[in-house]
Design a protein around this ligand. Structure first.
Ligand code: BG6
Length: 504
C-alpha cells in the first residue's frame, strides 16, 4: 500500500528552490522524496525544482547528475514514465549564497518557471545549507522581493540546528523574523516525519481507552531512548561543537516529549497543536545548577566492539580533539510542572556507539493496587508498559500480564503487538515525503514554531550551563558497543527504576 494513500490531494503548484543543491541531503533525501511524491501523485502537476549551488552547471548537467544519484540512492526503482516528466522540470541556478547576482538570476528562473511550467508564483525555498547561511539567505531573498506573497505563497524550510544555545537561537529567530513572517518559516525536524512519531498522537487521542489513563494517576514514568550504534561518521568537527545533548536531545527528543505529554488539542489545525506543544515545553522544570548536575549523566565512548567489529574511541575520531570533553551520550531526568504530570519523571537518553540502534518511547504504568498474583504479598507484580518502537522495527507493543497455561497459577508478561504489516506492504520512504508534502499544502503542524524552539532551549540551558561550568573528569566513561555509562543506570536506580532494554 502506498504510504501516503490517505492524503487526498496533490500539493499546490509551486517551484521548489533548493539552496545547497549539490549537497548530500539533496541527493540522498530531497530528490528521492520528491520523486516518491510524484510516484504517489502527490506532487502537483505543475511543479519545478530549481537547484542553487556554487558549482557551475547547466540544467542538463544538473538533471543528469541527480538522475544518476536517484538511481543509486532512491528508495524505489526509477520509472522512466515518471522520471522523464520530472527531469524536464529541473532547472539550475549557479551562484554564491551571499552574492546579489545569484538572487537576480533566481528571480529570472522563478519567473520562467511560473510562465513556462505553470508554477503559479508559489515558491518553497529549502535551505539545505550550513546554518550560518540561514539569516543571509533569508535576508537576500527578502531584499530581492522573492519572499513577497502576492496572491501566492512563499515558504522557507530550514533544518536544525536552530541555534547553539538560547542566546543564539533567539538571535536566529530575530534575524529570520526580520526577513520573513513567522507563517512562512517551516523549521523541519526529520524525527517528526517518522511514521510512529506521527502515530503518537493518533494512538493517544484516537483511542478512547488511553486518554483517561494518560496522567500522573496511572502512569509511573516515561523513558525516551534514541540509541545509535554508529559513531560520528566523519562529522567529528561538527560534533565537537554540538555533543549528544544539542545534536539529538534538545530538539528531536524534546519534540517527541511534547507529543507524548502535551494536552489534547481541540483541533488538528497547525497553530492549535503547536500552542499545546509550547505549553508543554514551557512546563519543563528549569533546574538549578545543582539539580541539573544531580539529574543528568554525560558520557563519552572509548574504544570497543560494535556488531562484532573493533571501533575506536571518540577521541581517536577524525577532527576530534584527543582530549575532548564533548559528550557522546546524555541521560536526563526531566520533571514537568503541570497538573497532568506533577511528580512523573521523564527519563531521556541518547548516545552514539551504543549496543544497538533503537529509538523507543516506553510508557510505564503503575502497578495494580493489590499484588494478587505475586509469589508473596509484598511482591510487586510486573507493570504494564506501552512501547512505541520508532525505529528500526516500527510498531507499538502493549505489555500485559497473562496466566501461563498449566495447573498452577503462574503469570508472565505477554505482548499485544501492532506493526505496520497490518496495513499491507509499505513502500520504503526517505522520511521526508510527509514533511515536504505538508509544506506544499501549508500544514505547519509538524514544524517547529519560534516559540517552541525558544522554550526547548530555555529548558535545556540550565543543563548546558551546569555542564559547561563543571567539565567531566571521567571521559571516556563507556565502551563503544555498551549501553552507556553506569551512572545512567544509577540515575534510575535512585528512583527504584531501571532502563528498559530492547530484547536481544
Ligand atoms: C541527526 C543528528 O539530527 O539525527 C545525527 O545530527 C543523528 O547525529 C541523526 O545520527 C539520527 O537520525 P535517525 O533518523 O538516523 O535516527
Amino acid at each position: 500500500m502506498n504510504p501516503c494513500q490517505p492524503i487526498p490531494r496533490a500539493g499546490e503548484p509551486c517551484a521548489i528552490v533548493i539552496f545547497g543543491a549539490s549537497g548530500d541531503l539533496t541527493k540522498r533525501k530531497l530528490i528521492p522524496s520528491l520523486y516518491n511524491l510524484a510516484s504517489y501523485h502527490l506532487l502537483p502537476k505543475n511543479f519545478s525544482i530549481i537547484g542553487v549551488a556554487r558549482s557551475e552547471m547547466n540544467d542538463q548537467e544538473f538533471q543528469d547528475r541527480l538522475g544518476k544519484d536517484l538511481t543509486q540512492l532512491g528508495t524505489q526503482p526509477v520509472d522512466p514514465n515518471i522520471w522523464d516528466g520530472f527531469r524536464d522540470r529541473m532547472l539550475y541556478c549557479p551562484g554564491n549564497f551571499d552574492d546579489p547576482k545569484t538572487y537576480e538570476r533566481l528571480g529570472q528562473r522563478l519567473a520562467e518557471s511560473a510562465k513556462k511550467l505553470g508554477t503559479n508564483g508559489n515558491v518553497l525555498f529549502y535551505l539545505s545549507v550550513q546554518p550560518s547561511f540561514f539569516a543571509t539567505i533569508a535576508k537576500m531573498l527578502a531584499q530581492y522581493g522573492l519572499t513577497k506573497e502576492e496572491g501566492n505563497w512563499r515558504r522557507v524550510i530550514i533544518e536544525k540546528p536552530f541555534g547553539h544555545d538560547l542566546a543564539s537561537a533567539l538571535e536566529l529567530n530575530r534575524n529570520l523574523t526580520g526577513a520573513l513572517q513567522e507563517h512562512q518559516i517551516y523549521r523541519i525536524d526529520h524525527y517528526l516525519g517518522k511514521e510512529t512519531a506521527q502515530n503518537l498522537l493518533v494512538f493517544r487521542l484516537g483511542n478512547a481507552v488511553f486518554e483517561p489513563i494518560w496522567n500522573r494517576r496511572y502512569i509511573d514514568h516515561f523513558q525516551l531512548t534514541v540509541a545509535e550504534s554508529i559513531g560520528v561518521e566523519g562529522r567529528g568537527a561538527f560534533y565537537e561543537s554540538a555533543g549528544a545533548f544539542r545534536d539529538v536531545m534538545q530538539n528531536h527528543m524534546f519534540m517527541l516529549l511534547a507529543l507524548i505529554a502535551m494536552e489534547p488539542p481541540n483541533s488538528l489545525q497547525g497553530e492549535v497543536v503547536r500552542n499545546e506543544k509550547v505549553k508543554l515545553l514551557q512546563a519543563v522544570r528549569r533546574t538549578s545548577a545543582e539539580e541539573a548536575l544531580a539529574s543528568t549523566v554525560r558520557g563519552q565512548y572509548g574504544p570497543g566492539q560494535v556488531g562484532g567489529e573493533s571501533v575506536s574511541g571518540y577521541r581517536q575520531e577524525k577532527n576530534v580533539n584527543p582530549e575532548s570533553t564533548v559528550e557522546t551520550y546524555a541521560a536526563v531526568k526531566l520533571m514537568i510542572d503541570n497538573w497532568r504530570w506533577a511528580g512523573v519523571p521523564f527519563y531521556l537518553r541518547s548516545g552514539k556507539r551504543l549496543a544497538k540502534r533503537s529509538t523507543k518511547i516506553v510508557v510505564r504504568f503503575k502497578v495494580p493496587p493489590l499484588g494478587l498474583f505475586g509469589e508473596n504479598e509484598n511482591e510487586m507484580i510486573a507493570p504494564n508498559r506501552l512501547i512505541f518502537n520508532i525505529q528500526p522495527d516500527e510498531g507499538i507493543t502493549f505489555q500485559v500480564r497473562a496466566k501461563v497455561p498449566g495447573p498452577t497459577l503462574a503469570t508472565n508478561a505477554v505482548h499485544l503487538d501492532f506493526d505496520y504489516s497490518q496495513f499491507g506492504e509499505r513502500a520504503p520512504t526517505t522520511g521526508y515525503e510527509k514533511l515536504l508534502y505538508d509544506c506544499m499544502v501549508g500544514d505547519s503542524t509538524l514544524f517547529h514554531r519560534s516559540d517552541m524552539v525558544e522554550a526547548a532551549w530555555e529548558a535545556a540551558q540550565p543543563i548546558l550551563d551546569a555542564w559547561g561550568n563543571n567539565p567531566p573528569k571521567d571521559f571516556p566513561n563507556y565502551a563503544a558497543g555498551s549501553w552507556g555509562p553506569s551512572a545512567a543506570d544509577e540515575l534510575l536506580e535512585r528512583d527504584v527504576h531501571k532502563w528498559w532494554y530492547p530484547p536481544e
